[in-house]
Design a protein. Structure first.
Lengths: 83, 745
């Protein structure tokens, strides 16, 4: 998983963290198991937190139960709009 | 440049539906709202840039005949809450315990006339303890600087800081090993830049009117970039349910990011609640400058390393961005845009968001990107000079492309930066010689993400076969037209048969702000969805009328027909003769188009002449190149490119918040804050590069943000070639030019 710069204080400064799981949700759960400080900071009871979005490869995903292939890159990204 | 489908409506240039009202003065803007019994409001603002508020005595103001109500920050407090507990969102609207910038609102009055409201505000006695302000972003970072928020601790890559600090966050964005890679580079160039706070410069000042009925129903008329987010913010600030707030968007005279945040709306609502009458508040120009949200000043140090054959290897930067009085994320944004145009393996950016005693900054067209490009694109120019390479060919050789990692580590999808640079290389402008003394040509690239977010529309078939298109996104740049065109393309009718309207928050599904160059893209997707839903529903009704199965009817090029061709009818014929006999037909389209729209890239070329005696920079010729995906209405897209370039020219040459040592902006009016006029800007030529966006059914890509990114650096590069002096500070005013050329005085 690729961690956005603003959240790396919770991954010990790591920009990339290996995580496993068959779905995006499972991968995130594994990430949180490794870095408990991220609990509730990526997803909450209502889904992905509004200040973030998630992409697999270069494709944004909207369903946390989407399957993740072996070796895929999952990106946590800071939400940003513009003027 | 690509195999563009043969569209029937998209790509044409019809008249905009709101044009006549606007040119005849009939369009209703924010300040045009008039209601029976309406009171006028006035906001009292802090004369100090930094001061504790020891107390506010409103009794004399309340006693003035004609005054109906006075409010302070205490009126935003929930039961049991004190003003020092108000969140930043509320505290920025009305100072509680501390005024953090000159112009910070401290109280407001509602009265029967403007004059009485103003006189009453003058009777409000605010007991200030004046504190030293800190106005410079680097000075604010130093130990011992005046602290704005005693409780604030920096967020750092290693956790929260221990002591109070003006540094909101230190964000480290790093890929590879930039330090090691720089040490191995054949060519290393560096730069230190600074830019000043500038304003979006929209022509229409903020205005809001509110009513608060006894049953708690609140209605707000306002010139906002987003009526739904405005409703959400008002709900939070007022502690009032969203279901009881309706926001009616008026026409808007520009925003560029500056009319996303609410300022007057909750104040008008509180005064309406206290008086039981409609209350209107308007800003004058100095209120706009001092009391809304400009874009940050910055201080950037950057280093770029390349191999001797011109391959960029490493970029390292330290970027400090003003957040104004309350925490923001402008510098964090900068880490995500600074290196986007180029495929660089090793990047390290330290970004610092910093509070200073200036207005809380807000977004301005591609926020954070122009100042970053001012540094990075000058570095590229310096590298080209050292390498002896054409600056465009160097950019092309290092360009980001589909599959290369973007600034956040994620691979780009189909993007068009290289195509923009190629178009610039082939352009008449770049191939024309520039002759004469004191003249120079500069180029620069720029990037913005562009986003999708959420949009909803309704489409209703009218008895005469026309359709009404109801949308909820504020139309700033001609989106009523661009959405109507996409609907006309989808359902096969003439553009003139689509009647678009922007409605209030009760009348359509949720729409995010008109920002991030998203409306023609995302609301366009909602329109296409609604159009397809409409055809599906009409097909179902037609199946009954024609007594054939629905799947035996096809729809193509605006004509319904059976497979054997025995029955046919145009959209308009079917709408009149079949739909018109049945129940009303309204369909909707709603999308969450997410944050990834595919990046938007621009490239600009500029020729300047610098007067060696006065330091004045004259723009001789300007060309803006941009990947726009598919230009739905080319005239409006060209207008976006020209408008962005013009704003960038102003930012580069003249505009700045000019402060005295007490934190007073001394040029808070358009006589002294100089935005470009037609005398300053030549006709800006445009080249529309169309690399269709695979994420949109018609290939649309947002166009509004990228064109403000390149001008600052492009002009600096041109001035360098004209004078031999690097311009590292903005604005490049005549005085600054003479300082750098050694001819001042």
């Amino acid at each position: 998983m690729f961690i956005p710069a603003m959240m790396r204080s919770m991954t010990g400064g790591a920009a990339q963290v290996p995580a496993s799981g068959a779905t995006v949700r499972a991968v995130i759960e594994d990430l949180v198991r490794q870095h408990p400080g991220l609990a509730g900071r990526v997803v909450d009871e209502n889904g992905v937190r509004p200040e973030l979005f998630i992409a697999v490869g270069s494709e944004e995903i909207f369903n946390l139960d989407q399957a993740v292939a072996e070796g895929a890159e999952v990106h946590l990204l800071a939400a940003i709009a513009g003027g | 440049m690509t195999d563009k489908p043969n569209y029937r409506v998209i790509g044409t240039r019809p008249v905009r539906p709101d044009g006549i009202d606007k040119v005849t003065g009939r369009a209703q803007y924010g300040a045009d709202t008039r209601l029976p019994g309406m009171l006028r409001g006035y906001v009292l603002r802090s004369p100090h840039a930094h001061a504790k508020i020891r107390g506010i005595d409103t009794s004399k103001a309340e006693a003035l005949p004609g005054v109906k109500a006075v409010m302070t920050a205490a009126d935003f407090c929930a039961p049991g809450q004190t003003v020092d507990q108000l969140p930043d969102l509320s505290a920025n609207l009305m100072a509680g315990t501390k005024a953090l910038y000159r112009g910070h609102a401290v109280a407001a009055v509602a009265a029967i006339t403007d004059e009485i409201a103003r006189d009453a505000a003058a009777l409000i006695e605010v007991n200030y303890e004046v504190l030293p302000p800190v106005l410079d972003v680097r000075e604010a970072m130093l130990p011992g600087a005046p602290i704005l928020h005693e409780a604030m601790r920096s967020r750092t890559p290693t956790g929260p800081g221990e002591n109070p600090s003006n540094i909101v966050a230190h964000t480290l964005s790093a890929f590879g090993d930039a330090d090691a890679a720089l040490a191995e580079c054949d060519v290393v160039v560096d730069i230190v830049t600074s830019t000043k706070m500038v304003h979006q410069g929209y022509i229409e000042p903020q205005a809001a009117t509110a009513t608060w009925n006894p049953d708690g129903q609140v209605v707000i008329w306002t010139c906002t970039q987003g009526s739904f987010p405005a409703r959400q913010n008002c709900s939070q600030i007022l502690g009032h349910p969203i279901s009881k707030i309706k926001v009616i968007p008026t026409e808007i005279g520009g925003g560029f990011g500056g009319k996303i945040a609410v300022y007057l709306e909750p104040v008008a609502a509180v005064l309406a609640r206290k008086t039981g009458k409609p209350v209107k508040l308007t800003m004058d120009r100095s209120d706009v400058f001092e009391g809304t949200g400009p874009t940050p000043g910055t201080s950037i140090r950057a280093t770029l390393g390349a191999t001797k054959d011109g391959k960029f290897k490493a970029l390292k930067a330290d970027m400090a961005y003003e957040n104004g009085a309350y925490p923001g994320a402008a510098a964090t944004y900068a880490t995500m845009v600074a290196a986007a145009c180029y495929d660089i393996e090793h990047v390290k950016i330290d970004a610092f968001d910093v509070v200073v005693n200036k207005p809380r900054t807000q977004d301005y067209r591609a926020p954070s990107s122009p100042a970053a490009a001012f540094a990075i694109e000058q570095l590229v120019d310096k590298a080209a000079e050292k390498l002896g390479m054409d600056p465009l060919k160097l950019r092309l050789a290092n360009s980001s492309h589909e599959g290369s990692r973007g600034p956040m580590g994620m691979p780009f999808s189909r993007i068009g930066h290289a195509e923009c640079v190629e178009a610039a290389l082939d352009s008449p402008h770049y191939n024309a010689p520039l002759e004469g003394p004191n003249r120079g040509r500069g180029v620069a690239s720029g990037f913005w993400f562009n986003v999708g977010l959420r949009s909803s529309v309704n489409v209703t078939v009218q008895p005469d076969g026309t359709v009404s298109l109801v949308e909820g996104s504020t139309d700033i740049g001609g989106t009523r037209a661009s959405l109507a065109m996409q609907l006309a393309e989808t359902i096969g009718v003439e553009y003139e048969d689509v009647k678009p309207a922007v409605v209030d928050t009760d009348a359509v599904g949720y729409n995010d702000v008109t920002a991030g160059s998203r409306v023609t893209f995302a609301s366009g997707m909602a329109v296409v969805e609604a159009g397809r839903n409409l055809i599906k529903e009409m097909t179902a009704r037609l199946a009954t009328a024609w007594n054939v199965p629905a799947d035996a009817i096809s729809f193509s090029n605006g004509v319904f027909s059976t497979a054997d061709g025995s029955k046919t009818g145009t959209f308009k014929q079917i709408a009149e003769n079949v739909v018109g006999r049945g129940p009303g037909l309204t369909v909707s389209g709603s999308v969450n188009a997410g944050f990834l729209q595919g990046g938007g890239f621009a490239h600009h070329i500029v020729d300047v002449e610098v007067d060696p005696d006065t330091g004045k920079v004259q723009i001789l010729r300007y060309t803006a190149v941009q990947d726009v995906g598919t230009a739905v209405h080319p005239s409006y897209v060209e207008g976006q490119l020209q408008g962005g370039a013009a704003q960038g020219i102003g930012w580069a040459l003249n505009e700045e918040y000019y402060y005295d040592e007490t934190g007073r902006m001394v040029n808070a009016g358009y006589l002294d804050y100089r935005i470009p006029t037609t005398l300053d800007v030549p006709m800006i030529d445009t080249i529309l590069v169309e690399v269709p966006n695979p994420l949109h059914p018609y290939g649309v890509r947002g166009a509004g943000e990228p064109p403000i990114v390149p001008p600052l650096a492009a002009i600096a590069n041109a001035v360098y070639r004209a004078t031999g002096q690097r311009q590292t500070q903005l604005p490049m005013s005549p005085r600054r030019i003479l300082e750098t050329t050694g001819k001042l005085g």
